[in-house]
Design a protein around this ligand. Structure first.
Ligand SMILES: [Zn+2]
Ligand SMILES: [Zn+2]
Length: 71
């Protein structure tokens, strides 16, 4: 048995923030819609709020969410 140290990957929080490309707009931040006149318009993508990226929080893979690892 080794000793336990604070996980360096998540700094002991057990959670990691991940940034993924938005699947709705494929990272462009804009989606095309067809308006009432049949014209294509670009509008801000709603799920990513126009950033093209989605921030998510995931359980840290290195420590499995405990915030510590054995060395
Ligand atoms: Zn988007
Ligand atoms: Zn961790």
């Amino acid at each position: 048995m080794g000793k336990k140290i604070t996980c360096p990957d998540c700094k002991g929080t057990g959670m990691k923030e991940t940034t993924e490309t938005c699947g709705t707009c494929n990272g462009s931040g804009q989606v095309e819609i067809i308006d009432d006149y049949g014209k294509t318009r670009k509008v801000k993508c709603y799920p990513c709020r126009g950033t093209g990226k989605i921030n998510d929080t995931d359980i840290c893979g290195m420590c499995g969410g405990s915030g510590e690892i054995e060395v």
